[in-house]
Write a protein that binds this ligand. Structure first.
Ligand SMILES: Cc1cc2nc3c(=O)[nH]c(=O)nc-3n(C[C@H](O)[C@H](O)[C@H](O)COP(=O)(O)OP(=O)(O)OC[C@H]3O[C@@H](n4cnc5c(N)ncnc54)[C@H](O)[C@@H]3O)c2cc1C
Length: 603
């Protein structure tokens, strides 16, 4: 199997040319995040991901996790050692508050680091990934005492975090959850209930697990407005942050599942005995709002998973295509057997994978940089603008990058032919691992509803209008760029026009709320493809500008030319079919209403 290699050249290109890392490092908060320091950091992280984490990926899939009769869970061979090395090196703390032991780097840099570990081992990387969400929630909603007690251990990685939303009758409909929280005289709460599907709900990687749990307090109103959020540690923590007695949280079972087998997906029982002791975080009945901080960060992280697993799948497919010989490619001498990479159809598949990966990376990283600017730019109006952009992009990043990650990992199997379908090869694991990403953290259907229901109406539609204008404004630069980018320009214009038409249709009285919901998923895809196309076009412009003056046949020149090639392929060949989604978006609900599942089910 091809060894994982961190794609540092493209990552650095994106950081500098699209996300303006230099500009971010000029903000007071990130003044130490100089590009040269970030480059060294990523080079070292790339080595760590390739040498320490990546070798645990296939064994993790083959062996999986084991739950023992006492409720403890053992992770696959090598996971514990890799996690210990991760904590010792301080990788998890890079993008967090120096006040709690963090490195104070932008979330953009944390995103790049997370891409590397997620490509190396998607299942393993969920442990630190969930902790990052818990840290964000505690930073924003924890009291000073709570932050002091939990944050430094979570930032260092000595403890991990979980998010506990799902229950048997409360999946997408979180508001239906039934876990109870009863107040105690000392200000703490007793939590009772069962949560299902809790990732890393129990494991052997860390000394303590900080569960963030949604529950209902007595007399809470029904639905989402009655939900509160609680910190429920596996081991109780005293005022000085020391671990004490075991809390009443039990792992009843772990799931047997399609992929990410190294990530224990737990059924957790809170309060098998007296009740699990928890403390309220944030205001009572405002728990969903607090959890949304964790969920938005987690949605970006799941979009990143789509990119990361696609990258790993691509590297493996490319390695195979450069070794496997079959048939004779056009122009090859008679009697020879060509490498499959020489066949035009295989080249098309590989270039499709590469172009989609680059487009995903640009969308995810730009979203992460928007979050950094929304939090740390000195000007309130600039912070506000980036906050709106991040809110608009998050459902796109989550849903499109995970759908695309699944498509790319499927293509990765295709490049291998029959051996891709055989487990020993390892190509199938990437598709199995990728498959969950469109389901958890809000299914992609729910992301589409969020986009049309909550994000498009932001500021009376003006946030979307600004975004459409931002995309349209690139046309002038593309017009000046000469004939090489003319195809990008014309396809982006056409796709942009389709997106404008679709958006106006959704916003107009032509679409009833049901009509809008019926078109939400194809709309999200069109929107994401146009935004990705715009980012790819910017990438081509940046590469072309840097190419001016280089004609030395160097590796740097070849790299920049490859950016133009992939951007052209994305915009000229992958973007046009997205325009064909317009009729699905504007068809309304009538064709779906005509579908009668009961009659069909009756035979
Ligand atoms: C491996 C794994 C790990 C997980 N990790 C965690 C975790 O760490 N913490 C946690 O809390 N949860 C976790 N989950 C749960 C996950 O977030 C839920 O499975 C997901 O939110 C969907 O809920 P559900 O499974 O109940 O599906 P349902 O909500 O029953 O949805 C079924 C289908 O109906 C659609 N649907 C539902 N409601 C609507 C609607 N209003 N409009 C349109 N379509 C709708 C959905 O899109 C989906 O296609 C995990 C799940 C898995 C499998």
């Amino acid at each position: 199997m091809t060894r994982y290699r961190a794609p540092l050249s493209d990552i650095e290109f994106v950081l500098h040319e699209l996300c303006d890392l230099e500009g971010l490092s000029r903000l007071e908060h990130f003044s130490h995040a100089e590009p040269a320091v970030v480059a060294d950091l990523l080079a070292e992280a790339g080595r760590f991901a390739a040498e320490v984490v990546a070798p645990t990926n296939q064994p993790g899939d083959q062996v999986g996790c084991v739950r023992h009769s006492d409720g403890s869970v053992t992770t696959p061979p090598g996971f514990k050692e890799a996690y210990r090395a991760y904590v010792d090196a301080g990788w998890g703390s890079v993008a967090f508050d120096p006040g709690y032991g963090g490195g104070g780097f932008p979330w953009l840099v944390g995103t790049a680091l997370a891409e590397l570990t997620s490509s190396a081992n998607l299942a393993w990387s969920m442990a630190p990934g969930l902790s990052h969400g818990a840290i964000h929630l505690l930073e924003r909603y924890g009291t000073e005492a709570q932050r002091d007690r939990y944050l430094s251990k979570l930032v260092s990685g000595e403890w991990t975090g979980t998010m506990n939303l799902t229950e048997p009758d409360a999946g997408s409909d979180v508001g239906a959850l039934r876990t109870r929280a009863i107040p105690r005289d000392d200000g703490t709460w007793l939590i009772t209930g069962t949560k299902i599907f809790i990732s890393f709900g129990e494991h052997d990687l860390a000394d303590n697990i900080v569960h963030l749990v949604l529950a209902r307090t007595p007399d809470a109103p029904p639905g989402p407005k009655g939900i509160s959020c609680f910190i429920v540690p596996k081991y109780l923590v005293d005022g000085d942050g020391n671990i004490g007695a075991r809390n009443d949280v039990t792992c009843l079972s772990i799931e047997h599942k399609l992929g990410i087998k190294g990530s224990p997906t737990c059924v957790l029982s809170f309060g098998e005995g007296e009740g699990a002791v928890g403390e309220l975080i944030g205001a009572e009945h405002r728990g969903l709002e607090a959890m949304f901080v964790m969920m938005n960060q987690a949605r970006l992280a799941v979009g990143l998973q789509g990119l990361a697993v696609a990258e790993r799948s691509y590297q493996q497919a490319l390695g195979y295509a450069l070794e496997r010989r079959q048939g004779r490619a056009p122009g090859a001498p008679a009697g020879t057997h060509s490498l499959i990479v020489e066949h035009p159809d295989v080249r098309r598949t590989l270039l499709t994978m590469q172009a989609q990966i680059e487009a995903m990376r640009r969308l995810v990283y730009w979203n992460a940089a928007a979050i950094d600017r929304s939090l740390h730019d000195p000007a309130p109006e600039v912070r506000e603008e980036w906050d709106e952009i991040a809110a608009l992009l998050t459902p796109l990043t989550k849903a499109w990058c995970t759908d695309t990650g699944i498509e790319v990992t499927s293509l990765g199997i295709q490049v291998h032919g029959g051996v891709g379908y055989i487990e020993e090869t390892g190509a199938a694991q990437h598709l199995r691992d990728a498959r969950i990403t469109s389901i958890y953290e809000g299914t992609n259907g729910i992301q589409a509803i969020d986009l049309v229901g909550r994000k498009l109406p932001m500021r009376g539609g003006a946030v979307m209008k600004d975004h459409l204008e931002r995309i349209a404004a690139l046309d002038v630069e593309l017009a000046d760029a000469g004939p090489e980018l003319a195809g990008i320009r014309s396809e982006l214009r056409e796709a942009h026009a389709a997106l404008v038409e679709a958006t106006l249709w959704l916003a107009s009285s032509a679409g009833s709320p049901t009509d809008v919901l019926a078109g939400a998923t194809p709309y999200l895809r069109l929107f994401a493809m146009v935004t990705a196309g715009w980012l790819m076009a910017r990438s081509a412009l940046a590469a072309q500008a840097r190419l001016d003056g280089i004609g030395d046949g160097s590796a740097g020149e070849a790299f920049l030319r490859s950016k133009v090639t992939t951007a052209r392929f994305f915009c000229e060949q992958l973007l046009p079919p997205a325009v064909g989604l317009l009729p699905s978006i504007t068809a309304g609900a009538a064709p779906l209403d005509a579908f009668d599942p009961e009659t069909l089910a009756a035979g």
